[in-house]
Design a protein around this ligand. Structure first.
Ligand SMILES: C[S@@+](CC[C@H](N)C(=O)[O-])C[C@H]1O[C@@H](n2cnc3c(N)ncnc32)[C@H](O)[C@@H]1O
Length: 366
């Protein structure tokens, strides 16, 4: 059901040992080696690639950006070529080699498509990016390594490694510049899903599940379609920005804290995670729920709150705190508080509704 089979083992342990065991399983699941396995399996399903190919706003963005960036004799690396689409779009603009890199067997599909379309300047390498060696340095590194949570496909680590080893000085990464948002949002009423232990359905209470589930990080997140979101409650400025041309994995933030002013009355139902990636200064892919097409292959993560929701009024101060390893979802913790504006014009009172969510519990184990 909701548990990976290995967790079933822990049911024979004492509650303390059970938590320790689950903490251990969560750590293993957050490790890069485990992630590689999961990623390879996830993308071995061809329907995943069909959905990505059919996401026209995604593919159109690359088709618009690559002719601006790839020069006639450039060497290009496509990290994670999948069915080959980005390598093929790049190959139209250069007589140089395009190195299409993919760790999964889907690379066979890409090879077949290249042959059927008479594309001869793409060289295929089936391996993990950390194992790619080339005799030349590339001029351009193209990729689509953006996960729903932006960092969850280990984009920063994989790209920094290839950039440092195989991109020439001054070479371009597409997309290179990123903006990341963790934004207080209100959902449409029909899309509100309280945590199970807060639910009572026709008199049946689920409160007893809290002990077993509340410290499980995966239970604190959910993925939603853009249509589930009613409104952003603050303006949509990003809370974190970086450029893949310069960032090292060790530079990634471990804490993001910001205050914003509510721009409307409503309720905070959670924190939506979205991002903008700049392929060029004008060609942008975003997963903002207020801009994303319903047919997009990306989903929008909601970081859920312990309480059902926090009331908020126009002008209130909303504080958001996030902590963790951006590339390891199970380490994420967050909290939101709302500090109401005093209607008499006095400074905001500091005792706002505080919603300490999974963070505190998770960090005891993490
Ligand atoms: C989001 S898909 C994008 C596929 C293709 N570029 C496209 O735009 O349709 C990411 C692909 O990268 C591959 N991949 C992820 N990390 C990789 C790595 N470090 N080395 C090689 N391939 C990787 C996955 O197997 C998957 O096929």
């Amino acid at each position: 059901m909701f548990a990976f089979p290995i967790e079933a083992l822990s049911k024979h342990f004492s509650p303390q040992l059970q938590r320790l065991f689950e903490w251990f399983v969560a750590r293993v699941r957050s490790s890069p080696r485990f992630y590689r396995m999961v990623n390879k399996k996830f993308f071995s399903d061809l329907t995943r690639h069909e959905i990505m190919l059919a996401d026209s706003s995604r593919v159109d963005a690359y088709a618009a950006a690559l002719p601006e960036i790839v020069k006639p004799t450039d060497t290009v690396i496509d990290l994670g070529t999948g069915t080959g689409i980005l390598a093929f779009l790049a190959a139209r603009n250069t007589t140089g080699k395009v190195h299409a890199l993919e760790h999964g067997d889907v690379i066979r599909v890409a090879e077949k498509v290249a042959a059927e379309n008479g594309i001869t300047n793409v060289v295929f390498h089936q391996r993990h990016s950390s194992n790619l060696q080339l005799d030349e340095r590339a001029d351009v590194l193209v990729h689509e390594q953006m996960g729903n949570y932006l960092f969850d496909e280990q984009m920063v680590t994989n790209l920094a490694d290839l950039r440092n080893r195989l991109l020439r000085a001054g070479g371009k990464i597409v997309p290179g510049r990123f903006e990341f948002s963790i934004s207080p949002v209100q959902l449409k009423d029909d899309n509100l899903v309280p945590l199970i232990w807060n639910q009572e359905v026709h008199g049946i209470r689920y409160a007893g599940l809290a002990d077993a589930l509340e410290h499980r990080p995966e239970h604190r997140r959910m993925l939603l379609r853009p249509g589930a979101f009613e409104a952003a409650l603050c303006d949509d400025s990003p809370c974190y920005e970086f450029d893949q041309h310069a960032i090292e994995p060790t530079d990634l933030a471990h804490e993001i804290t910001f205050n914003c002013t509510a721009t409307r009355d409503g309720r905070v139902d959670g924190l939506a995670v979205w991002w903008r990636s700049y392929l060029t200064e004008d060609v942008v892919i975003t997963t903002s729920p207020f801009e994303l097409a319903e047919h997009s292959n990306w989903w929008i993560p909601l970081l859920r709150l312990d309480s059902a929701s926090l009331p908020v009024h126009n002008g209130d101060q909303v504080s958001v705190k996030w902590r963790g390893d951006l590339e390891a979802l199970n380490t994420w913790s967050w909290s939101v508080s709302v500090c109401p504006t005093d209607p008499a014009g006095a400074p905001p009172v500091s005792a706002g509704a505080e919603d300490a969510v999974m963070g505190e519990q998770a960090n005891r184990y993490g």
